[in-house]
Every structure is written in C-alpha cells, then in structure tokens.
Design a protein around this ligand. Structure first.
Ligand code: SF4
Length: 500
C-alpha cells in the first residue's frame, strides 16, 4: 500500500498501571532503517542489557512476580467470560479483514474525518510525522504541549524533535511522566516504569517535584504528580494523544486510559492532535464491543479501561488533527509471515507472561515496543540492529496463548530467526556453530565421535567447557559425564536381553 503524503482538508507495591496505547516507524524501499537511537542503549545487545538488569537479583524477583501477578489477574477475569475464546477469535478475524482491505478502510476513514471537521495528515515516516506536528503547533504559536501516552510518538522521538525546535512537551501519563523525568524510554507498553522501585520514583520526585526526601508511598507520590500535572493541563494550548481504535465507518477515534489524562489534555486545549499508526483502524463501530472487552482484561485484568473516550469532532473553537502514520507498517504488511503482527492492540499481555521479559526487563529489548511483540516488530524496522531480539525467547508459546488477537507470536519469532540467518545478520560464531551442529547431527559417525569426545572432555578437562568464553555454563551446573552413550547402553542392553 502506498501512503499518500498530503496534508489536507477543511474541516502491595502495586505496579503503576497506565493506559493501553498506540505505536511505529519509517518504511520506504530499504531493508533496514535505524529507528531507536543507540545513544540510550549504548549499542548493547539484549543479552548485555539483560545481564545488567540481572545484577540486582532481589529486584528481578520482584519484577518477575509483579508481572506474573498481572498475568494471573488476566487469567482470572478472562475465565469469568464464557465466550472469551470467541471474543479472541472475533478480534483476530476483524483485524485479518482490516489488513486485507486496509486501503479501502483508510479512504473511508479519511472521508469521514473530513466530514466531521477533523484535519487529516498522512506521514510516510517518523520524520514526516514529527514535521507535521511541529508545523501545526508552530502555525498556532504554541510552544508548550501536553501529551498522553502514545508509543508511536515515542518511536518517532517526537519529544526530542520538538524540544530541539523550542517546543516543550510533558508526558501526562504517570508512568510515562516518570520515565520522561528520568530520561529513560518506557520499558513496557502499558506499565512504562514497571522496572522501577517506588523508592527510585520517590528520589526522582524529590529531585524534580520537591517532595519530601525518602518519600516512597505510591499514593502520596501520585498526588504530588497529579498536582504538578494539573497545572500543566491548565496552561497548555496544545495536546497530543495516541489512538487505540479508529473507526472507519464513523470517522471517530477512541483513546483508552486509566488516568483520564488524555481527556484532560484534549478537552482543555485549543489544538488536539491524534497520532495513529495505520493499523489502528477497525471497520465498524460495533467492533469496539469486541476490542474494548479484550483490551483491558488482557492488559491489566480489569473489565474495561477507566476511560474509553470517543473523539468525533472538535468542540467549537478547537482544531482537531489526525496524523496517519505508515512508518514501516506497509513493509510489514508485505511480509506474508509477519503481517499478522499488525493486529497487535498493545495490551502488553505477551510481556507479562514471557519468562524472558520478566527476568530480563523491558529495557533490554533496545526498542520502543518491547517483549515478544517488540521482537517481531523491531527487525522489520532495522534488521541489523535488532537481529538478536527474535533469539531472546524460549519459544514456549505462552505469548501466543494469551494474545487477545491471536497473533502466532512464537511462530513469527522462529520465522524471524530463519530470515535473520539467511540475510547474514546472525553473529558469525552462532552461524558457524549451527553449521557444525547440523553436520554432526546428520552424520551418525560424527555424532558418535563427538559424543565420545564430549564425555572425555567433561571428565578430564571440564574447564575447557566451563569458562568465561562459554556463556551457556555461566548460570548452569556442569552435568556429571555419563560413562557411555545411550546407543552403547542400548546395544549392550539388547545383547543382555537376548542372551537370557
Ligand atoms: S502481541 Fe498480542 S499480547 Fe502482545 S501486546 Fe500485542 S495484542 Fe497484546
């Protein structure tokens, strides 16, 4: 699909849960295109970043438990709905239909937005998106903007772009706000600061909001943030929100939050800009009855998000803009094996269940969208930089089991591995090792010789395997070397049985 690039038209320590949001970045013709600057992650791999996260064992255990607790909440609430599996199937089929007819629905959506008096913009990549937002704000003389959670604008690095041009942006979602003042990207699509302790947040608030030193009570910290953000809402003339669902039939869009921050920003501003990826569309309004039921249940185990706000037209005197962003989506749509990843509604459920994510932390994914779904979306954007992500999985399939739109996540991860090896982006040592393994496993003689050699090495020179160069044994106990192989035991056992 070829996007048009026109700007037109008239008219316990309970984790701080935030809002299911939206997301992506540049396409064009090239195979790879850097998206996430390496400056924050220092060009480190998933394994290196996860190792850093793992240094604090107690914290990792807490992180693991907090996410698993949300996963269990999701299980409990979804089991209360007898038709849960039918809802997942319906959500998946609606998105399949949408992706197969995206061009037509985009045109229908654009037409209805215009009828509703909303200005429409098309952006093929992040830069174009950022320039569009900047030009809207500049035209109105706005130098301060409040933003509700939008993973798309995180991916486009909109804040940095605007700040370089003299426009300050405040993220109003509490978790995003915390990440912003700590100058870190979000680590989770729904729980952006889940990797932080309340004591760390207390320190940040002491430094930035002047709260009492040592204060770490979540309620008091939330009150302090609310007081500060209220002032921001009241003084900003420009507001940007993400989009959870955009309805082609009516030209309206729905933003889901648990804090009401999107509503505060949008209602109090003179200019409301909504940025959305092309795949956020749904064909009909009645389809919301499926998606709104699965979204919050999957995300944080609640029946619905506290606010599911519908925006259909600007209020008198207000300007409303929708920016439709491609940013790599057309390319992913063209990848037959991976197009279903565009069904994602960013509930974060695959992150909460993933053992690698829970133990490694979201920031180890060195990408805006983290976890299993991030590991599928990221290589589409920059295959070289994100070549390690599809390998950061046990392929246990738990992600696919919980996904409310039934994306075959673990199968796509497996397929990405094949593509990455084929394209030459796998580490040389891994490719050489796999070739040696394939040759050994396909030759009975070589297999037996390797087995004998391995048993001898384990017995007489175990340090040849257990050393700093062999990461496999870093956190594992050496097995006791068997005295003989299975085939030797089998042959002897058969001979013994025959002679009886
Ligand atoms: S892939 Fe599925 S489970 Fe993961 S965030 Fe997207 S919709 Fe949720």
């Amino acid at each position: 699909m070829e996007p048009r690039t026109t700007t037109t038209s008239p008219g316990r320590n309970e984790p701080i849960a935030t809002s299911p949001a939206s997301s992506e970045r540049p396409a064009a013709s090239g195979r790879t295109e850097p998206t996430t600057p390496n400056t924050f992650f220092g060009g480190k791999s998933h394994a290196e970043l996860a190792t850093e996260f793992n240094r604090d064992e107690e914290h990792v255990t807490w992180h693991d438990g907090a996410l698993w607790w949300i996963r269990q909440k999701r299980d409990k609430i979804s089991q209360q709905i007898p038709e849960w599996e039918e809802l997942r199937e319906a959500a998946s089929q609606i998105k399949t239909h949408l992706l197969s007819n995206l061009h037509d629905y985009l045109i229908e959506f654009e037409g209805n937005l215009l009828k509703n008096g909303i200005k429409v913009h098309w952006a093929s990549d992040a830069e174009e998106h950022n320039n569009i937002v900047y030009s809207i704000l500049k035209a109105k003389g706005i130098t301060q903007m409040v933003k509700s959670k939008s993973m798309l604008t995180e991916e486009c690095h909109l804040n940095e772009f605007l700040e370089e041009r003299g426009i300050s942006v405040v993220n109003s979602d509490l978790g995003e706000y915390i990440q912003q003042i700590d100058e870190e990207p979000p680590s989770h699509v729904v729980l952006p600061c889940i990797h932080k302790r309340k004591e760390e947040i207390g320190e940040l608030f002491h430094e930035h909001l002047g709260t009492e030193k040592g204060l770490s009570d979540p309620t008091l910290l939330t009150r302090a943030a609310r007081k500060h953000l209220r002032e921001v809402f009241l003084t900003r003339r420009g507001a940007l929100t993400g989009v959870n669902f955009a309805v082609a039939e009516t030209g309206e869009f729905v933003v889901c939050t648990n804090e009401g921050n999107a509503d505060m920003g949008a209602h109090l501003s003179d200019v409301h800009i909504a940025s959305m990826g092309l795949e956020k569309l749904i064909p009909r309004k009645q389809h919301l009855s499926v998606f709104l039921r699965v979204l919050a249940r999957s995300a944080i185990g609640t029946p619905i998000t506290i606010y599911s706000s519908h925006y259909r037209r600007p209020r008198p005197g207000q300007e409303m803009h929708v920016v439709l962003v491609d940013a790599g989506r057309s390319r992913q749509l063209g990848r037959v094996d991976f197009r279903d990843s565009l069904k994602c509604i960013k509930c974060g459920s695959c992150m909460n269940t993933c053992p690698v994510y829970r133990k490694g932390g979201g920031l180890s994914y060195h990408n805006t969208i983290t976890g299993p779904i991030g590991a599928i979306l990221a290589p589409n954007l920059d295959m070289k930089r994100h070549a390690d992500l599809p390998f950061a999985s046990t392929l246990c399939g738990s992600c696919s089991n919980v996904c409310p739109v039934k994306i075959n996540i673990h199968e796509q991860l497996y397929k990405w591995r094949q593509v990455i090896v084929r394209e030459g982006y796998a580490p040389k040592t891994k490719s050489a090792g796999m070739k040696a393994m394939a040759a050994t496993l396909s030759s009975p003689r070589l297999f037996k010789t390797a087995g004998r050699l391995g048993r001898w090495v384990l017995k007489y020179i175990p340090f040849a395997l257990k050393n700093g160069l062999n990461v496999w044994y870093k956190h594992r106990e050496m097995p006791k070397p068997p005295t003989r192989s299975f085939s030797e035991w089998y042959a002897r056992n058969r001979a013994n049985n025959k002679s009886k």
